[in-house]
Each structure stands twice: as C-alpha cells, then as structure tokens.
Design a binder for this molecule. Structure first.
Ligand SMILES: O=C(O)C1=C[C@@H](OP(=O)(O)O)[C@@H](O)[C@H](O)C1
Ligand SMILES: C=C(OP(=O)(O)O)C(=O)O
Length: 430
C-alpha cells in the first residue's frame, strides 16, 4: 500500500490512542502463564501483538475475544504450555521473538521461531548468549539470526550485567528466570522500560528492584489470573503530540496515556524544547502510571538528547527528529546506536528523509545533529523499509508540507498502530 501525505491547517480534538504495545505483549504472556482467567482490557490489536496472541493459541492457551481490545485468557499455568505443531511466526515483532525465546528455553518441548525479512536480520545473540549461560539450548542462523530453534531444558539462574539497556533482553531473562534453579540477578547500564517487572510484581512474583538491579526469586510457582487494564501507548501518542506542537493553532486532548517514567522520556524532551504539554488526571492503573495529556502548538528550541534518557524514548527518536527540524537551534541525539538494529536502520533512514525535506542534518555513528528551524519540503518518494515508525514519522511531517510525499509500503503502520490514519483524519482540519 502507498500513502500520500496531505497538508493540514490545524489539529483539534479529543482522542483515545490504542493500547500500549509493550504492555499488551506482556499482558498476553503473563495471563497465559497464570492459573485461571485473566481479563485484558484495552489490548492493542496490532499485527505485532496479534503475533504474540497467536503464539500462545498455538501452544494450547484458550484465548477469547469479547469485543475490540477486550480478551479473556484462560491461563494454563507456568508448566501448562504445549508444543506448537508448526513454526511460530513472530512477523515483524522483535518483542515477540525475544521474550518468547526466554520463555521457551525453559519449556519441556521444541520450538522454532521465525519472522519477516526485517526480523530475520535483527540480532538475537544478545539473548542467545546469556540464555546459553543459563544452559539454554538454542540454535540460530549464523548463531545470531532467526529462524531460531529452541529445545527447552532445565535452566540455572544467572547473575548478569546487560551490555545495553534493553527491555527485551531483560524481559527474556526474567521469563527464563521464572523457571531457573536459584536467584536471577540482572543489572542494566541504564533503565529500560520496566513493564515486565511491574507486571510480575502485580502477579505476585517475588521481584526486588534497587536502582538498576533486579533480583528474581521464584518462591511461589503460581501466578493468579487477574484483570489488566492497558493504557494508551505513549509511543503512538508521540506522533499526535508532535503534530499538535508543530502545526499552528492546534490543540489535542489525549486520554489515558501511559506515562511510566522508564518509558516517557519523550515528554521530558518536549518540555525541554519548550513544548506546551500538560498532564492532568494523573493516576495508577494496573500498576502503570497514566494521565490525560493536553498539547498545544508551541515555539520549540533545540535540545541535547543522550545518555540515560535514550532508553526511555528509543522508539520516539524518529519523530523527535521532526520536532528538532522545526525547533530553533541545534538538536544533538547521541548514544542511540540501538536505532541501527530496529525494524530498519532508523539513523540512515531519518538522515535520508530529513535531507530530502531540506533539513541540515549530520549523521553520527550513534545518532544525528539537526539544525532548525526549516520549512520542510515534499515532492519525493520514500519507502518505509517495512518500518512502521518511519512511515508514521513521514506522514506527520507531511502535515506541514504543501507538496505531497509518497510513502511506499505504508502497510507497516499496522505493526503498532492500525488506527493511525483514521485518528489523524478525525482530528486534522485541512
Ligand atoms: O520490550 C519492549 O516491549 C520493547 C523494547 C525496546 O526494544 P529493546 O529492548 O531492544 O531496546 C523497544 O524498542 C521495542 O519497541 C519494545
Ligand atoms: C522496535 C520496535 O519494536 P520491536 O523491537 O518489538 O520490533 C518498535 O516498535 O519500534
């Protein structure tokens, strides 16, 4: 599918962004491993999350869809999963593949995980190495890439310092740790999103956090089914927040957005850049902090984005690059080499897109330097490279531009945000 961008004069409205992708994956996993029924409310029905859902169906977990985003899962218990009778397809989803690998390394059966062309190029040695230290039996193409074959075995606990701050690696090891003999101890170089830790604690697991260290000691071997209400995805909200900030005379109210501090570095950057973004009705829902967000068009200035902030906004960096192109002065993004191993190389892609738009941008090995503000230009084609965040980033930039940009392969948007275009049409006044 192709998408042609369209200029918009202002954005107005009251929107509910769909459920958080990271929390949705984890809700499916832990509800499946619990005993008894769990109700998931506000589950994101994007392609990535449906891959995780389907994986558990293939492993014998009864999952019922009651209505949009509302599911009942009859958990089979920690030891109740069954061998799938086919290859489990993780599609485009790094989260599905990495979290499932940790879990499956400890099951009493054999699994093969594969994915699309993008996922089969993403590094898996970051989970394979520590899982092998736990005595996992995993085979991979060139010892790093999917398809992965996993022969479940009895694992031993690990005491491990992650080389990069990665919630996927941390979560894979915690899932494996649920089945290991002994205490799992993990340390991160910086705090990555902590949804797994919060949800494990919510399911009654003995998990202790102190700064960047985590200790998991499974004293009870039973998670109890429960209700999980999933907040709106801050990473998806970031596209609408950006649009409202950069388009004159705009104002949006976004309801029920997850503002977990390990995940909402984007809001800090917006504040730092002078963006008018107000959080109201702050509350905690199913263990996750949530707020409604009011955002208004603003005059922005450049910012420095690096270090510990990076893992808290890693998926938002492509759209932050658009904010930076409209901000007065220099924005420096550093310490973000992880962007090169996402669904596409997001540094290379953003450099090429921004250059086409007429932005003065300099590539760094681990980021970029953007000089603004620039009147963005259109009249070219881009390929999303199968990367949903790249496609949505260009669509938002296009709201400012007279001449359309043609986004090829825009179908990738369904990976995380199937309602993106409908919601954009709902609030944009052309
Ligand atoms: O755990 C998760 O749900 C995610 C973790 C991040 O990846 P890394 O752990 O590789 O940084 C993020 O980019 C991804 O979109 C979702
Ligand atoms: C990197 C992402 O997801 P995943 O790693 O799950 O494919 C993302 O959604 O931007």
């Amino acid at each position: 599918m192709n998408l042609k961008t369209r200029k918009c004069h202002k954005l107005k409205g009251d929107l509910t962004i769909p459920g958080d992708k990271s929390i949705s994956h984890r809700a499916i996993i832990f509800a499946s491993l619990a005993k008894g029924y769990s109700n998931l409310i506000g589950l994101l029905e994007s392609e990535d999350c449906l891959k995780t859902l389907n994986a558990f169906r293939l492993m014998g977990v009864p999952i019922e869809r009651n209505s949009k985003g509302n599911y009942t899962i009859k958990g089979v218990g920690l030891k109740g999963l069954k061998e799938a009778d086919r290859v489990i397809d993780c599609g485009n989803s790094g989260t599905s593949m990495r979290l499932l690998t940790g879990l499956l390394a400890a099951q009493d059966f054999y699994t093969v995980l594969s994915g699309d062309t993008s996922l089969r190029k993403r590094p898996m040695d970051r989970i394979i190495k520590p899982l092998r230290e736990m005595k996992a039996k995993i085979w991979a193409r060139r010892d790093n890439y999917a398809p992965l074959s996993i022969k479940g075995s009895q694992l031993s606990a690990i005491n491990y310092t992650l080389p990069v701050a990665s919630a996927q690696v941390k979560s894979a090891l915690l899932l494996a740790g649920l089945y290991a003999d002994g205490k799992t101890i993990l340390r991160e170089p910086g705090l990555s999103r902590d949804h797994t830790e919060r949800m494990l604690q919510g399911f009654g697991v003995n998990l202790k956090k102190s700064g960047l260290s985590i200790e998991l000691d499974l004293q009870k071997d039973r998670l109890e089914g429960q209700e999980i209400v999933i907040p709106a995805d801050i990473s998806s909200a970031a596209f609408f927040i950006t649009a409202a900030l950069i388009i004159d005379d705009s104002e949006l109210l976004l309801r029920n957005v997850g503002i977990n501090p390990s995940r909402s570095g984007f809001l800090k950057v917006v504040k730092d850049m002078g963006g008018d973004c107000q959080l109201i009705n702050k509350r905690v829902v199913s263990g996750e902090p949530v707020a409604d967000i009011i955002v208004k068009s603003s005059k922005l200035t450049g910012a420095n984005i690096s270090g510990d902030l990076i893992p808290t906004l890693i998926d938002e960096l492509p759209i932050i690059a658009i904010l930076a192109s409209r901000a007065e002065g220099r924005t420096v993004i550093k310490d973000a080499a992880e962007l090169r191993v996402k669904e596409s190389d997001r540094i290379t892609n953003m450099i090429s897109i921004l250059s086409n738009m007429g932005v003065n941008v300099q590539e760094l090995t681990d980021g970029m330097i953007i000089n603004g503000p620039v009147e963005l230009k259109g009249g070219f084609e881009v390929d999303s490279s199968g990367d949903h965040r790249i496609a949505m980033t260009v669509a938002i930039a296009g709201l400012l531009i007279d001449e359309p940009i043609l986004i090829n392969n825009s179908d990738s948007i369904k990976t995380s945000f199937p309602e993106f275009i409908d919601l954009l049409n709902k609030c944009s006044i052309t």
